[in-house]
Design a protein around this ligand. Structure first.
Ligand code: ATP
Ligand code: MG
Length: 355
Protein backbone atom coordinates (compact mmCIF):
# COMPACT_ATOMS: atom_id res chain seq x y z
CA UNK A 1 0.00 0.00 0.00
CA UNK A 2 2.16 2.83 -1.24
CA UNK A 3 1.59 6.07 -3.06
CA UNK A 4 4.63 7.50 -4.81
CA UNK A 5 4.96 11.25 -5.07
CA UNK A 6 7.67 12.88 -7.14
CA UNK A 7 7.89 16.56 -6.32
CA UNK A 8 9.66 18.85 -8.81
CA UNK A 9 12.56 16.46 -9.46
CA UNK A 10 15.53 17.77 -11.38
CA UNK A 11 18.85 16.21 -12.34
CA UNK A 12 21.45 17.61 -14.69
CA UNK A 13 24.63 16.07 -16.09
CA UNK A 14 26.89 18.93 -17.18
CA UNK A 15 24.77 20.92 -19.59
CA UNK A 16 22.18 18.13 -20.08
CA UNK A 17 18.94 18.46 -18.12
CA UNK A 18 18.21 14.73 -17.97
CA UNK A 19 15.23 15.22 -15.64
CA UNK A 20 13.73 18.68 -15.66
CA UNK A 21 11.24 19.64 -12.93
CA UNK A 22 9.11 16.50 -13.00
CA UNK A 23 6.15 16.11 -10.63
CA UNK A 24 4.03 12.96 -10.70
CA UNK A 25 1.82 11.18 -8.17
CA UNK A 26 1.41 7.44 -8.68
CA UNK A 27 -1.57 5.99 -6.84
CA UNK A 28 -1.42 2.96 -4.58
CA UNK A 29 -1.55 -0.21 -6.71
CA UNK A 30 -1.21 1.72 -9.95
CA UNK A 31 0.85 0.52 -12.94
CA UNK A 32 2.45 3.71 -14.18
CA UNK A 33 4.63 3.84 -17.29
CA UNK A 34 7.33 6.32 -18.28
CA UNK A 35 7.44 6.36 -22.06
CA UNK A 36 9.62 8.33 -24.41
CA UNK A 37 12.42 8.26 -26.95
CA UNK A 38 16.02 7.37 -26.18
CA UNK A 39 17.71 9.94 -23.96
CA UNK A 40 14.51 11.58 -22.66
CA UNK A 41 15.41 10.81 -19.03
CA UNK A 42 13.42 7.65 -18.22
CA UNK A 43 16.28 5.69 -16.67
CA UNK A 44 17.60 8.70 -14.78
CA UNK A 45 14.18 9.31 -13.22
CA UNK A 46 13.81 5.65 -12.26
CA UNK A 47 17.32 5.56 -10.77
CA UNK A 48 16.52 8.61 -8.68
CA UNK A 49 13.51 6.79 -7.23
CA UNK A 50 15.58 3.64 -6.65
CA UNK A 51 18.41 5.53 -4.99
CA UNK A 52 21.08 4.89 -7.61
CA UNK A 53 21.21 8.50 -8.78
CA UNK A 54 21.28 11.57 -6.55
CA UNK A 55 18.38 13.99 -6.52
CA UNK A 56 19.67 17.43 -7.36
CA UNK A 57 16.46 19.33 -6.65
CA UNK A 58 13.02 18.19 -5.50
CA UNK A 59 11.84 15.38 -3.24
CA UNK A 60 10.44 11.84 -3.40
CA UNK A 61 7.77 10.53 -1.02
CA UNK A 62 6.46 7.01 -0.46
CA UNK A 63 3.16 7.84 1.29
CA UNK A 64 4.19 10.45 3.86
CA UNK A 65 7.79 9.29 4.15
CA UNK A 66 10.43 11.30 2.36
CA UNK A 67 12.79 8.69 0.93
CA UNK A 68 15.17 10.50 -1.42
CA UNK A 69 17.90 10.80 1.23
CA UNK A 70 17.76 7.14 2.23
CA UNK A 71 20.31 4.71 0.79
CA UNK A 72 18.91 2.43 -1.95
CA UNK A 73 18.62 -0.66 0.25
CA UNK A 74 16.42 1.16 2.77
CA UNK A 75 13.86 2.42 0.27
CA UNK A 76 11.71 -0.70 0.12
CA UNK A 77 11.86 -1.08 -3.64
CA UNK A 78 12.34 -4.02 -5.99
CA UNK A 79 14.00 -3.21 -9.30
CA UNK A 80 14.18 -5.20 -12.54
CA UNK A 81 16.76 -4.22 -15.16
CA UNK A 82 16.95 -4.65 -18.93
CA UNK A 83 20.06 -6.85 -18.72
CA UNK A 84 18.61 -9.00 -15.88
CA UNK A 85 21.67 -8.40 -13.63
CA UNK A 86 21.69 -12.05 -12.55
CA UNK A 87 24.84 -13.29 -10.78
CA UNK A 88 26.25 -15.99 -13.10
CA UNK A 89 28.13 -17.74 -10.28
CA UNK A 90 25.05 -18.27 -8.11
CA UNK A 91 22.22 -20.77 -8.59
CA UNK A 92 18.68 -19.55 -9.26
CA UNK A 93 17.87 -20.10 -5.59
CA UNK A 94 20.89 -18.10 -4.39
CA UNK A 95 20.15 -15.32 -6.84
CA UNK A 96 16.59 -14.99 -5.60
CA UNK A 97 17.68 -15.29 -1.95
CA UNK A 98 20.25 -12.54 -2.34
CA UNK A 99 18.21 -9.68 -0.93
CA UNK A 100 16.93 -11.78 1.97
CA UNK A 101 20.41 -12.90 2.98
CA UNK A 102 21.59 -9.32 2.84
CA UNK A 103 18.73 -8.47 5.21
CA UNK A 104 19.79 -11.32 7.54
CA UNK A 105 16.48 -13.16 7.37
CA UNK A 106 16.41 -16.53 9.08
CA UNK A 107 17.48 -19.37 6.69
CA UNK A 108 14.30 -21.46 6.97
CA UNK A 109 12.18 -18.43 6.15
CA UNK A 110 14.44 -17.63 3.21
CA UNK A 111 13.88 -21.07 1.69
CA UNK A 112 10.10 -20.75 1.96
CA UNK A 113 10.01 -17.24 0.54
CA UNK A 114 12.31 -18.13 -2.37
CA UNK A 115 10.08 -21.07 -3.24
CA UNK A 116 6.97 -18.88 -3.22
CA UNK A 117 8.65 -16.24 -5.36
CA UNK A 118 9.81 -18.82 -7.92
CA UNK A 119 6.33 -20.30 -8.11
CA UNK A 120 4.87 -16.85 -8.69
CA UNK A 121 7.01 -16.46 -11.81
CA UNK A 122 6.31 -20.07 -12.88
CA UNK A 123 9.83 -21.28 -12.13
CA UNK A 124 8.99 -23.77 -9.39
CA UNK A 125 11.49 -26.62 -9.74
CA UNK A 126 14.26 -24.42 -11.15
CA UNK A 127 15.87 -23.52 -7.80
CA UNK A 128 19.07 -25.52 -8.30
CA UNK A 129 19.65 -24.51 -11.94
CA UNK A 130 22.52 -22.26 -12.97
CA UNK A 131 21.88 -19.05 -14.92
CA UNK A 132 23.67 -20.37 -18.05
CA UNK A 133 21.10 -23.18 -18.20
CA UNK A 134 18.19 -20.73 -18.57
CA UNK A 135 16.61 -18.94 -21.53
CA UNK A 136 16.36 -15.15 -21.69
CA UNK A 137 12.73 -15.23 -20.60
CA UNK A 138 13.54 -17.51 -17.66
CA UNK A 139 16.44 -15.29 -16.61
CA UNK A 140 14.12 -12.31 -16.58
CA UNK A 141 11.65 -14.30 -14.46
CA UNK A 142 14.45 -14.99 -11.98
CA UNK A 143 15.15 -11.26 -11.86
CA UNK A 144 11.47 -10.58 -11.20
CA UNK A 145 11.35 -13.25 -8.46
CA UNK A 146 14.42 -11.67 -6.88
CA UNK A 147 12.74 -8.28 -6.79
CA UNK A 148 9.47 -9.71 -5.41
CA UNK A 149 10.98 -11.87 -2.69
CA UNK A 150 11.87 -8.93 -0.47
CA UNK A 151 8.17 -7.95 -0.54
CA UNK A 152 8.86 -4.41 -1.66
CA UNK A 153 6.38 -1.59 -1.39
CA UNK A 154 7.21 -0.46 -4.91
CA UNK A 155 8.33 -2.27 -8.07
CA UNK A 156 10.49 -0.50 -10.64
CA UNK A 157 11.13 -1.88 -14.13
CA UNK A 158 13.65 -0.45 -16.60
CA UNK A 159 12.90 -1.87 -20.08
CA UNK A 160 12.75 -5.40 -18.66
CA UNK A 161 11.62 -7.01 -21.91
CA UNK A 162 13.74 -5.34 -24.55
CA UNK A 163 16.23 -8.23 -24.78
CA UNK A 164 13.50 -10.77 -25.49
CA UNK A 165 12.03 -11.75 -28.85
CA UNK A 166 8.71 -10.26 -29.91
CA UNK A 167 6.50 -13.20 -28.94
CA UNK A 168 8.03 -13.65 -25.51
CA UNK A 169 7.80 -9.91 -24.95
CA UNK A 170 4.04 -9.83 -25.43
CA UNK A 171 3.64 -12.90 -23.23
CA UNK A 172 5.87 -11.61 -20.42
CA UNK A 173 4.28 -8.18 -20.31
CA UNK A 174 0.95 -9.83 -19.51
CA UNK A 175 2.63 -11.93 -16.80
CA UNK A 176 4.21 -8.84 -15.25
CA UNK A 177 0.89 -7.01 -15.29
CA UNK A 178 -1.00 -9.92 -13.72
CA UNK A 179 1.64 -10.41 -11.04
CA UNK A 180 1.59 -6.71 -10.16
CA UNK A 181 -2.21 -6.72 -9.98
CA UNK A 182 -2.48 -9.87 -7.90
CA UNK A 183 0.10 -8.59 -5.41
CA UNK A 184 -1.43 -5.11 -5.40
CA UNK A 185 1.98 -3.46 -5.79
CA UNK A 186 2.59 0.07 -7.01
CA UNK A 187 4.76 -0.13 -10.12
CA UNK A 188 6.69 2.27 -12.30
CA UNK A 189 7.64 0.79 -15.66
CA UNK A 190 10.04 2.30 -18.18
CA UNK A 191 9.79 1.53 -21.87
CA UNK A 192 10.28 3.20 -25.23
CA UNK A 193 7.80 0.78 -26.82
CA UNK A 194 4.49 2.57 -27.17
CA UNK A 195 2.49 -0.59 -27.82
CA UNK A 196 3.82 -2.17 -24.63
CA UNK A 197 2.94 0.99 -22.70
CA UNK A 198 -0.60 1.09 -24.13
CA UNK A 199 -1.14 -2.60 -23.42
CA UNK A 200 -0.31 -2.81 -19.73
CA UNK A 201 -0.47 0.63 -18.10
CA UNK A 202 -3.09 2.25 -15.91
CA UNK A 203 -1.51 5.58 -16.84
CA UNK A 204 1.34 6.71 -19.03
CA UNK A 205 3.62 9.74 -18.81
CA UNK A 206 5.14 10.63 -22.18
CA UNK A 207 8.54 12.25 -21.58
CA UNK A 208 10.51 14.47 -23.92
CA UNK A 209 13.85 16.10 -23.14
CA UNK A 210 13.47 15.47 -19.40
CA UNK A 211 9.99 16.97 -19.19
CA UNK A 212 6.49 15.57 -19.13
CA UNK A 213 4.71 16.07 -22.41
CA UNK A 214 1.43 14.43 -21.35
CA UNK A 215 0.08 12.16 -18.59
CA UNK A 216 -3.07 10.06 -18.82
CA UNK A 217 -4.65 6.66 -19.32
CA UNK A 218 -3.63 4.82 -22.51
CA UNK A 219 -6.85 5.56 -24.39
CA UNK A 220 -6.66 9.29 -23.84
CA UNK A 221 -2.96 9.48 -24.73
CA UNK A 222 -3.68 7.60 -27.95
CA UNK A 223 -6.95 9.25 -28.91
CA UNK A 224 -6.45 12.74 -27.51
CA UNK A 225 -2.75 13.53 -27.80
CA UNK A 226 -2.23 17.14 -26.77
CA UNK A 227 0.80 17.75 -28.95
CA UNK A 228 2.04 16.66 -32.36
CA UNK A 229 4.98 14.99 -30.60
CA UNK A 230 2.69 12.71 -28.57
CA UNK A 231 0.50 11.96 -31.61
CA UNK A 232 3.54 10.94 -33.60
CA UNK A 233 5.19 8.99 -30.82
CA UNK A 234 2.09 7.00 -29.89
CA UNK A 235 2.05 4.60 -32.78
CA UNK A 236 2.09 4.97 -36.49
CA UNK A 237 0.37 8.07 -37.71
CA UNK A 238 0.47 10.15 -40.86
CA UNK A 239 1.55 13.71 -40.10
CA UNK A 240 0.50 16.02 -42.93
CA UNK A 241 1.37 19.69 -43.19
CA UNK A 242 -1.52 21.83 -44.32
CA UNK A 243 -3.12 25.27 -44.30
CA UNK A 244 -6.42 25.94 -42.56
CA UNK A 245 -9.24 27.13 -44.79
CA UNK A 246 -12.83 28.10 -44.16
CA UNK A 247 -14.90 26.91 -41.19
CA UNK A 248 -18.44 25.96 -42.17
CA UNK A 249 -19.86 25.81 -38.65
CA UNK A 250 -19.01 22.13 -38.19
CA UNK A 251 -15.70 21.37 -39.87
CA UNK A 252 -12.64 23.20 -41.07
CA UNK A 253 -11.30 22.48 -44.52
CA UNK A 254 -7.55 21.97 -44.46
CA UNK A 255 -5.62 21.91 -47.67
CA UNK A 256 -2.64 19.56 -47.65
CA UNK A 257 -1.03 19.90 -51.04
CA UNK A 258 -3.84 19.42 -53.53
CA UNK A 259 -6.04 17.49 -51.15
CA UNK A 260 -8.78 18.87 -48.96
CA UNK A 261 -9.14 17.23 -45.58
CA UNK A 262 -11.99 18.01 -43.17
CA UNK A 263 -11.35 18.39 -39.44
CA UNK A 264 -14.06 18.75 -36.81
CA UNK A 265 -14.40 22.17 -35.22
CA UNK A 266 -12.63 25.47 -35.81
CA UNK A 267 -9.01 24.39 -35.52
CA UNK A 268 -7.18 27.53 -36.62
CA UNK A 269 -7.71 30.86 -38.32
CA UNK A 270 -7.90 30.65 -42.12
CA UNK A 271 -4.41 30.76 -43.58
CA UNK A 272 -2.70 29.36 -40.45
CA UNK A 273 -0.32 26.48 -40.96
CA UNK A 274 -1.34 23.28 -39.16
CA UNK A 275 -0.14 19.68 -38.78
CA UNK A 276 -2.72 16.95 -39.16
CA UNK A 277 -2.46 13.54 -37.52
CA UNK A 278 -4.29 10.88 -39.54
CA UNK A 279 -4.02 7.42 -38.03
CA UNK A 280 -3.70 4.62 -40.61
CA UNK A 281 -6.80 2.82 -39.27
CA UNK A 282 -9.24 5.74 -39.55
CA UNK A 283 -9.20 5.65 -43.35
CA UNK A 284 -11.63 3.02 -44.65
CA UNK A 285 -12.11 1.84 -48.22
CA UNK A 286 -15.16 3.76 -49.44
CA UNK A 287 -18.37 1.76 -49.45
CA UNK A 288 -22.08 2.43 -49.45
CA UNK A 289 -22.24 1.98 -45.66
CA UNK A 290 -20.21 5.11 -45.01
CA UNK A 291 -22.17 7.44 -47.28
CA UNK A 292 -22.06 11.09 -46.32
CA UNK A 293 -18.51 11.04 -44.96
CA UNK A 294 -15.75 12.99 -46.70
CA UNK A 295 -13.54 11.09 -49.10
CA UNK A 296 -9.87 10.92 -49.94
CA UNK A 297 -8.37 9.52 -53.13
CA UNK A 298 -4.96 7.88 -53.16
CA UNK A 299 -2.82 5.69 -55.37
CA UNK A 300 -1.27 2.43 -54.19
CA UNK A 301 2.53 2.21 -54.11
CA UNK A 302 2.92 -1.09 -52.28
CA UNK A 303 1.19 -3.21 -49.70
CA UNK A 304 2.51 -5.13 -46.72
CA UNK A 305 0.63 -8.24 -45.68
CA UNK A 306 0.72 -8.37 -41.86
CA UNK A 307 -1.57 -11.31 -41.20
CA UNK A 308 -4.66 -9.82 -39.62
CA UNK A 309 -4.02 -6.42 -41.24
CA UNK A 310 -2.78 -5.15 -44.55
CA UNK A 311 -0.77 -1.93 -44.59
CA UNK A 312 -1.17 0.08 -47.77
CA UNK A 313 1.51 2.58 -48.74
CA UNK A 314 -0.37 5.15 -50.79
CA UNK A 315 0.25 8.59 -52.26
CA UNK A 316 -2.19 11.48 -52.50
CA UNK A 317 -2.64 13.33 -55.81
CA UNK A 318 0.24 15.70 -55.03
CA UNK A 319 2.58 12.84 -54.15
CA UNK A 320 2.27 13.08 -50.34
CA UNK A 321 2.80 9.59 -48.90
CA UNK A 322 0.09 8.21 -46.64
CA UNK A 323 -0.19 4.83 -44.91
CA UNK A 324 -3.50 3.08 -44.43
CA UNK A 325 -4.23 -0.07 -42.36
CA UNK A 326 -7.15 -2.20 -43.42
CA UNK A 327 -8.45 -5.66 -42.62
CA UNK A 328 -7.57 -8.14 -45.40
CA UNK A 329 -10.17 -9.02 -48.01
CA UNK A 330 -10.53 -7.14 -51.30
CA UNK A 331 -7.35 -5.10 -50.94
CA UNK A 332 -5.24 -8.25 -51.26
CA UNK A 333 -6.04 -8.34 -54.97
CA UNK A 334 -4.90 -4.75 -55.58
CA UNK A 335 -1.93 -4.04 -57.83
CA UNK A 336 0.48 -1.12 -57.55
CA UNK A 337 -0.92 2.05 -59.12
CA UNK A 338 -4.50 1.08 -58.26
CA UNK A 339 -6.62 4.13 -57.36
CA UNK A 340 -8.53 3.82 -54.13
CA UNK A 341 -11.09 5.98 -52.42
CA UNK A 342 -11.29 6.17 -48.65
CA UNK A 343 -13.82 7.68 -46.27
CA UNK A 344 -12.99 9.10 -42.87
CA UNK A 345 -14.68 10.65 -39.88
CA UNK A 346 -13.44 14.26 -39.46
CA UNK A 347 -13.82 13.85 -35.68
CA UNK A 348 -10.93 11.36 -35.76
CA UNK A 349 -8.46 13.68 -37.45
CA UNK A 350 -6.39 15.80 -35.10
CA UNK A 351 -4.98 19.21 -35.90
CA UNK A 352 -2.01 20.86 -34.19
CA UNK A 353 -0.38 24.23 -34.74
CA UNK A 354 2.55 23.82 -37.12
CA UNK A 355 5.91 24.13 -35.34
N1 ATP B 1 25.87 9.29 -15.68
C1 ATP B 1 25.62 10.15 -16.67
N2 ATP B 1 26.55 11.09 -17.02
C2 ATP B 1 26.30 11.97 -18.02
N3 ATP B 1 25.16 12.03 -18.70
C3 ATP B 1 24.19 11.15 -18.40
C4 ATP B 1 24.38 10.17 -17.37
N4 ATP B 1 23.24 9.43 -17.30
C5 ATP B 1 22.41 9.91 -18.23
N5 ATP B 1 22.97 10.95 -18.90
C6 ATP B 1 22.33 11.75 -19.97
O1 ATP B 1 21.03 12.11 -19.53
C7 ATP B 1 20.07 12.00 -20.57
C8 ATP B 1 18.98 11.05 -20.17
O2 ATP B 1 19.51 9.73 -20.11
P1 ATP B 1 18.66 8.46 -19.67
O3 ATP B 1 19.56 7.30 -19.57
O4 ATP B 1 17.87 8.82 -18.47
O5 ATP B 1 17.67 8.31 -20.93
P2 ATP B 1 16.61 7.17 -21.27
O6 ATP B 1 15.32 7.86 -21.51
O7 ATP B 1 16.64 6.10 -20.26
O8 ATP B 1 17.15 6.62 -22.68
P3 ATP B 1 17.17 5.12 -23.29
O9 ATP B 1 15.79 4.89 -23.86
O10 ATP B 1 18.19 5.20 -24.38
O11 ATP B 1 17.53 4.17 -22.19
C9 ATP B 1 20.86 11.58 -21.80
O12 ATP B 1 21.17 12.73 -22.55
C10 ATP B 1 22.11 10.94 -21.22
O13 ATP B 1 23.18 11.06 -22.11
MG1 MG C 1 17.14 4.06 -20.30
Amino acid sequence: MTTIRLDALTRTFGSVRAVDDISITVADGEFFTLLGPSGCGKTTLLRMIAGFCDVERGAIFFDDRRIDRLPAHRRDIGMVFQNYAIFPNLTVERNVAYGLRARRIEPRQIAARVETALERVRLGGYASRWPHQLSGGQLQRVAIARSLVIEPAVLLFDEPLSNLDAQLRTQMRVEIRQLQQSLGLTAIYVTHDQEEALAISDRIAVLRNGRIEQVGPPESIYQEPRTAFVAEFMGATNMLAGVAGAFDGATTAVSAGQTEIRVNGRVAAPGDRVMLSIRPEILRPAGADRAGLPRLRARLVMREFLGSLVRLHMTLADGTPIRVSVLGGDVLALRPDAELEFTYDPAQILAFPAP
